[in-house]
Design a protein around this ligand. Structure first.
Ligand code: FNR
Length: 400
């Protein structure tokens, strides 16, 4: 079994996280919906992408500085929002924030995080972004926007792909409901992970939803705040008008997370959104969706070259990140990859996940002959190379 120090890839961190967590918790991270087809669709999309290297290009001074939304980061990826991370490891979101700050990459804190944005921004003043879920009481979502302004954040994202809850059968079978229903098999399995169980109960059980505490009655317990959150979200009555209201209330950069249809991308950019996170929520919402990678070129065509496009869902390797950039993304987010790190080893685990991905990106850049991210593009994709060769061949045939 690897340790944080000996882990060589994201899968090693996943193995450590799996060992640490009871099945009921690990399955919440890992699971998809219904038949979980989407998980393999996401993985396969990257596995089916072929990069064609070029040689005799000086790549001795490689660098992966990335620019997005007018900001400069040390890598072309950031950390996607993952709710309730504090339940997997206490203070996980603070570790994610701290690691993002140290690596100079963005961390998009979840709207369902345990740490509050006010705490996160102290650790990552320039690197914290915040993700908003629409709420039935619209004053909450607008207050969250105001808090983001007061915190001095540069960027927020509104998640649009959770109109209703999803059918996560693993969670239902495991009893991942509140209060967590400890069936005998769950208890017996959890006893194999005593470290997590002892810490979880020592720290008071379900951690507080830090950003929502304010909207519950004074003195509410974590369970009461979670109940209130569950009554507010998901909110199936959200429409483009709500996005427009957030746009009007938020002076900074605004992203919409979860857009998959090119027409939705056109509507969003038409209303002044600065960027789109093309995502299928890590295959956690609708099982038979396409992968975000499949939709990316269509969405790039729909919005043109100037809208910032970020992508997540299924990214586990530096080569996945490079492939997404070649296919039209400006930036990539990692959900489970960095969450495995946080769960497996706290701050050291997130730092390890980030450094693994950075190292992999660096090596892939060297392998394909790209000294920096500006050199990337569709010309590295097998599909493009084939199309170009066919075009040349048909031109040569025509000249004969
Ligand atoms: C998520 N995701 C998510 N997205 C979001 O907008 N708000 C949230 O609170 C959450 N919560 C959440 C919890 C957990 C445990 C996971 C794994 C994911 C989705 C997340 O931001 C991202 O879209 C996916 O995780 C990307 O897929 P990969 O990288 O996990 O394959």
């Amino acid at each position: 079994m690897p340790t944080i120090d000996t882990a060589v890839n994201i899968d090693d961190l996943k193995r450590i996280a799996r060992r640490r967590l009871p099945k009921i918790m690990f399955d919440f991270i890992e699971g998809g919906v219904e038949d979980e087809t989407g998980l393999s669709v996401n993985a396969q999309a990257f596995r089916n992408t072929r990069l064609v290297p070029r040689y005799y290009i000086d790549t001795s001074k490689r660098e992966q500085t990335a620019k997005i939304l007018g900001l400069t980061f040390n890598a072309p990826f950031g950390i996607a929002p993952t709710g309730m991370a504090g339940a997997f490891r206490k203070d996980a979101e603070l570790f994610l924030a701290q690691a993002a700050h140290e690596a100079n990459i963005p961390y998009l804190m979840s709207g369902a995080s345990n740490a509050s944005m006010e705490k996160g921004v102290k650790l990552a003043p320039k690197n914290l972004w915040y993700q908003i879920y629409g709420a039935r009481d619209r004053s909450f979502q607008l207050d969250l926007v105001k808090r983001a302004v007061d915190c001095g954040l540069t960027t927020i994202a509104v998640t649009c792909d959770v109109p209703v809850s999803s059918n996560r059968e693993r969670n239902r079978r495991n009893g991942f409901v509140r209060p967590i229903r400890m069936t005998l098999p769950t208890i017996l399995e959890a006893m194999l992970h005593p470290g997590w169980v002892i810490n979880y109960y020592r720290d008071g059980g379900l951690p507080m939803l830090g950003n929502w505490e304010k909207y519950a009655a004074a003195g509410s317990t974590a369970d009461q705040v979670a109940d209130m959150f569950a009554k507010q979200t998901p909110d199936a009555s959200q429409t483009w008008k709500d996005l427009e209201a957030i746009r009007n209330a938020w002076p900074g950069k605004l992203l919409v997370k979860g857009i998959m249809h090119p027409e939705d991308a056109r509507i969003a950019t038409g209303m002044g959104v600065d960027g789109i996170i093309v995502s299928n929520h890590g295959a956690r919402q609708l099982d038979n969706m396409p992968s975000s990678l499949e939709m990316l070129p269509l969405i790039r065509n729909a919005v043109g070259p100037d809208t910032a496009l970020l992508l997540d869902s299924g990214v586990r390797r530096g080569s996945d990140i490079v492939a997404a950039l070649c296919m039209g993304a400006d930036f990539v987010l990692t959900g489970r990859a960095t969450l495995y790190g946080a769960t497996a080893g706290g701050l050291a685990g997130v730092k390890k996940a980030v450094s693994i991905l950075q190292r992999e990106i660096d090596l892939v850049l060297g392998q394909i002959g790209a000294p920096n991210l500006d050199a990337l593009g569709p010309h590295y994709l097998l599909e493009t190379v084939k199309a170009e060769e066919e075009r040349r061949n048909s031109g040569a045939m025509a000249r004969r």
